[in-house]
Ligand binder design. Structure first.
Ligand code: KG4
Ligand code: ZN
Length: 338
């Protein structure tokens, strides 16, 4: 066994990602080979294309990641991979490869829940302990509010009843004929728009629980697009995108604050691809600042899918005394965090 660095592989969806971290989870190197351009012509991820490209890209990516960090396989002491949730055929490529490397090197193998990676990602490189907190995870597939009381001790406060926040961005981006994925594209167009120009619903904002619903917003956006017709360009399009983004941000900020108040927790975190959204970051920072809440935002480099967060979660599990995973453990496309 080598000196004990963690090698992590993430292939749950359309990013092939490899990272190496130390046992405190500090990333040494984090590499992502994005398939976005490959799937863009289809307006969404094509599962078979994704898995075949993971299969072609993963080995060279592992080799170049180690070489660029000046490492050899002998430096690796722990191997980790995402085991779910995600696309079955994509998960299998990274998971099986990681198990094979673990066998070859005689290292322990950690099977990691992709959502645990997102959950803990705000703490990567922060040099602070992971204390009790409320976490908002907003990605393309999930919108989750979690109460964190320790590694592996997660309570679900709420989640989306239908579309995830990122999914709503992406679907409306598609309706607007914007490039895939729609989230960053809508955010770009929104930057010059007025966020109160269009009236969009804030579903469930006062529902008294911590669940979300974005499908009504999506339908409302579709009707607005139909009504606007040809006028939906230039400043009108910017107003539309800013108003749509604000509706999502309003709900996310409000629910996170309600969850912090209900649990009495003073630390809040935000992670997942949608946490790259500048308007969301700004609104959450303002809201937390005025309430004396300690906000830990995921670094944008670790917000969208990456393997540094998988290495970080594996290192956290190891330090918490949680034993490694069986090599017989299957992947689970529907794996739950809590
Ligand atoms: O966490 P992630 O990379 O993948 C999943 O696990 O789903 O999140 C991807 C999602 C996509 O829906 C994408 O549109 C969204 O994150 N996203 C954004 C922004 N950047 C990425 N949504 C809104 N604004 C952004 N700036
Ligand atoms: Zn993700």
């Amino acid at each position: 066994m080598g000196s004990g660095l963690v090698l992590a592989i993430e292939t749950s969806c359309d990013e092939t990602a490899v990272a190496v971290a130390d046992l405190d989870g500090n990333p040494f190197i984090s590499r992502i080979s994005s398939q976005i351009a490959l799937h863009a012509p289809y307006g969404g991820v094509v599962p078979e294309l994704a898995s075949r490209n993971h299969n072609a890209d993963l080995r060279p990516l592992i080799e170049s990641t180690l070489a660029d960090a000046g490492l050899t396989p002998a430096d690796i002491g722990v191997v980790a991979a995402t085991s779910g949730p995600g696309l079955a055929s994509s998960l299998l490529v990274g998971n099986t490869t990681a198990k094979a490397i673990a066998v070859g090197l005689g290292c322990p193998f950690y099977s990691i829940n992709h959502m645990e990676g997102h959950l803990l990602s705000p703490f990567i490189g922060r040099g602070r302990p992971i204390e009790k907190h409320v976490a908002l995870i907003v990605s393309g597939g999930h919108t989750l509010l979690i109460e964190f009381s320790g590694i592996g001790k997660y309570r679900r406060l709420g989640s989306t009843k239908d579309d995830a926040a990122g999914e709503a961005f992406d679907k409306v981006g598609k309706m607007l004929d914007l490039p895939y994925p729609g989230g960053p594209e809508i955010a770009k167009v929104a930057s010059t728009g007025r966020n109160d120009a269009f009236d969009f619903p804030r579903s469930m904002i006062q529902s008294g629980d911590f669940d979300f619903s974005f499908s009504g917003l999506k339908t409302s956006a579709l009707h607005a697009i139909e009504r606007a017709g040809e006028s939906l360009e230039g400043s009108v399009l910017a107003d539309f995108c800013a108003s749509f983004q604000e509706a999502i941000v309003d709900v996310l900020v409000s629910k996170l604050l309600q969850a912090a108040e209900a649990t009495g927790l003073k630390i809040v975190t935000v992670s997942g691809g949608v946490s790259c959204n500048q308007r969301l970051r700004q609104r959450i920072a303002e809201a937390c600042g005025s309430r004396g809440l300690d906000l830990v935002l995921a670094d944008p480099a670790y917000s969208t899918d990456n393997a540094a967060m998988i290495a970080f979660a594996a290192a956290a599990r190891l330090r918490a005394g949680i034993s490694s995973s069986s090599l017989h453990e299957d992947i689970d496309p529907n794996l739950k965090l809590a």
